[in-house]
Every structure is written in C-alpha cells, then in structure tokens.
Design a protein around this ligand. Structure first.
Ligand code: TTP
Ligand code: MG
Length: 351
C-alpha cells in the first residue's frame, strides 16, 4: 500500500528558543555555544557560521556575534512539548532527535482536505503551542519526506506525491544530498565520475553493489529513485511501554520466535497493569538479520487491559508477519495509553 510520511524539523532549534525567551536577541546574529557552536540563528548563518565550528572562529567571521550559553534542560523540555503534541495527532511517530521526527499519516490524512492543508495546520499548531517555527516535508517514505522538509526551510513545507516528482528534483543535485552519502563516500564516488544523482542512473544495481558493497550499492540504487523501505518505527515513542530483545545469535525456529514474543508480551503486560494503564494499541516490531525492520500495529477503539483481548491482537499481528528470515530483534509494546482513573472519571462525567 502507498504510504504517506511526514517529516518535521524545527528551525534553528536551540537558537529559536533563546530568541523567543529573550527579546534582545531577536534582531541579532546569535549562536548557542560553549566552546563549540551547537547552532546559529539564520542571521548568523549569513556570515557563514554553522554548527560544530569553534566559538573563536565564529567570532572572527562576525565580531558582533552574541554567544548564548547552552541550556540543554530547557531544549529537552521544549522537545517533550512538541513530541506530546505530535502524539496527539498520531501515535505512529518516530522521534529521531530533539527537534525532528517522522509521522506515518497514511491512516489519518483523509481527515484533512489535502496534504498541503495538513502541513499548514501542523506548522500553525506547533507555532501556537511553542512560539517556534518548523519546516515540514511530506513524501511517500522517510527518504522523500526528509529531503522535502529541507526544501523550503525555514518555516515552509514541500510535498513529493510520487517517485517521479522526487527524481525530477533530485537528479540534478549533488550525490551528497542522498542520506547515507557522507564526505568520504562522496570522494570515492567523485573519483569514479559520479557527481550528481543523475550519474547513478547509468549503472545497474548489480554494478553498484559489486563496486560499493551490498548496503551502499542498494542505497544508491534505491534512494536515487525515491525508493525507501524503512518504516516509521513508532514502538519507542514516549507514549508507549514495552520491551525489546536483541539476539546475539539470530533465531529462526518458529517455536522459539513465538516463545520470545509471548515472553515480551507478558513482560509488557505486567508493566501495563502495574502502572494502572489501559491501552488501545499493540505494536509488534521485528528486525531480521539483514536489518530489514517491520513494525506492525493494531488499534482498537476502546482502551483495555484485558489480557485475552490483547493476546488475541498479538496473535493476529504475529501471524501477519512472514518469518522467512533469521530474526535479530523482537519487540512488543503498548501505545495510546490512558490512565485507568482518568477513564473512570470521564465515564462518570458522561453518565
Ligand atoms: P539541526 O536540526 O541540525 O539544526 P537546527 O534546528 O539548529 O537548524 P535547522 O533550521 O537547519 O534545522 O539540530 C537541532 C539542534 O541540535 C540544534 O538547534 C542544536 C543541536 N545540535 C548540536 O548540539 N550540535 C550539532 O552539531 C548539531 C548539528 C545540532
Ligand atoms: Mg532543526
């Protein structure tokens, strides 16, 4: 099924928080820094100042630069507020840094008039709650969404509706633009006369994997075509409880896999009960030996802590996964949690 994935990334995150909280920084070039610059606001970026440069070097580029000390606790708190807001929109969210995350919006986009409108509402909501701006990208997978969010940064959004639109955009860009191509790999590719994404299309998958290895060869072949099989991994989001197990020696027997899944389920279930919580969503995560990762979830409309019901959902999920390869990791978690006491209160109010 075609998926719709959104990526958001806060603009000049640490610096924007400091500017919001301190009027006098607003029209000035600032960096948030100890000895090293964590980030620069857009005013300071005009001077060529960027993350990871030393404060001394930054000052040389712009002598009137204001240096604001790092207050990590404050940024963490802001990050939590943003993540909680995101989780109200969908629990299918994966947070990959304090200021950045992916949302799988396939199941909810029909509630909005268009992808544009969803993006606009999302950015507006973030601003209303935090006073901060962010950039949004919507695509058909993580790769296209992530590239899209950077296109109209800061404060904008961009949408790729299909592979063709993505290829049209990416083909004339430098190869470095593809996630996974770092400075060193770029040098290797340049030596082989590959400079632009366009240059990849001259080679078959076989040629690319023979030359650069399976992982890097496949990455070049698929990413240049807008293909990305990675799923949004929402099993670790803050509104879930659960457990996962990595196997040093990957397992392949069906009996062993079922037993592991059941153990993980029981462990997570006990925590659910201990914390006096109800859940609507059960999440099963499987990572195979070749790192392919599948996250399957099932959501019911009414929250529950009934073991039989939840076990039934687990069995349905397990049987929807084809365990045809060795399994390296398994995880079972519960999402969409609610306090049992809150629930009773709401019901009391209703009747
Ligand atoms: P980024 O999203 O990379 O940068 P940003 O949000 O400051 O700016 P942009 O508008 O380009 O997205 O990183 C998020 C925060 O993480 C950033 O505000 C500060 C912190 N950070 C560091 O502490 N060290 C670093 O090297 C980088 C890159 C970021
Ligand atoms: Mg950012």
């Amino acid at each position: 099924m075609k998926r719709i994935i959104m990526h958001y990334d806060m603009d000049a995150f640490y610096a924007s928080i400091e500017m919001r909280d301190n009027k006098k920084y607003r029209s000035k070039p600032i960096v948030v820094a100890g000895g090293v610059v964590t980030t620069a606001n857009y005013e300071a970026r005009k001077f060529g100042i960027h993350s990871a440069m030393t404060t001394t070097d930054a000052k040389k580029l712009c002598p009137k630069l204001v240096i604001v000390p790092v207050n990590k606790d404050k940024y963490l708190e802001e990050s939590k507020i943003i993540q909680n807001l995101v989780l109200k929109i969908t629990h299918k969210a994966e947070f990959i840094a304090l200021d950045e995350g992916f949302l799988d919006i396939t199941d909810i986009i029909h509630k909005f008039s268009s992808k544009e409108s969803f993006g606009n509402i999302f950015r507006k909501r973030i601003f209303e709650i935090t006073g901060l701006s962010c950039s949004v990208g919507i695509g058909i997978n993580k790769l296209t969404a992530k590239i899209a969010s950077d296109i109209h940064k800061p404060g904008g959004q961009y949408i790729f509706n299909n592979e063709e639109e993505f290829i049209e955009f990416i083909r004339h860009k430098k190869i470095r633009k593809l996630p996974g191509v770092g400075a060193k790999f770029e040098q290797v590719l340049n030596k082989n006369n590959i400079f632009l994404v366009d240059d990849i299309f001259k080679f078959s998958l076989k040629e690319l994997t023979a030359k650069y290895g399976t992982a890097r060869g496949e990455l070049l072949y698929t990413y240049s075509r807008g293909i990305d099989f990675r799923e949004v991994d929402f099993s670790n989001s803050t509104h879930s409880i659960g457990n996962e197990n990595t196997f040093r020696i990957p397992i392949d027997s069906d009996v062993e896999i079922s037993r592991e899944i059941e153990d993980l389920f029981n462990w997570s279930y006990n925590r659910l009960i201990k914390k006096n919580l109800l859940t609507k969503t059960l999440i099963l995560k499987v990572r195979f030996k070749d790192r392919e990762t599948i996250t399957r979830s099932k959501t019911r409309s009414i929250p529950t802590d009934d073991k039989e019901i939840l076990k039934g959902m687990l069995d349905e999920l397990s049987s929807s996964v084809e365990f045809k390869k060795d399994v390296k990791l398994l995880g079972v978690s519960f999402g969409n949690l609610e306090n049992r006491s809150n629930r009773q209160l709401t019901f009391e109010k209703l009747y």
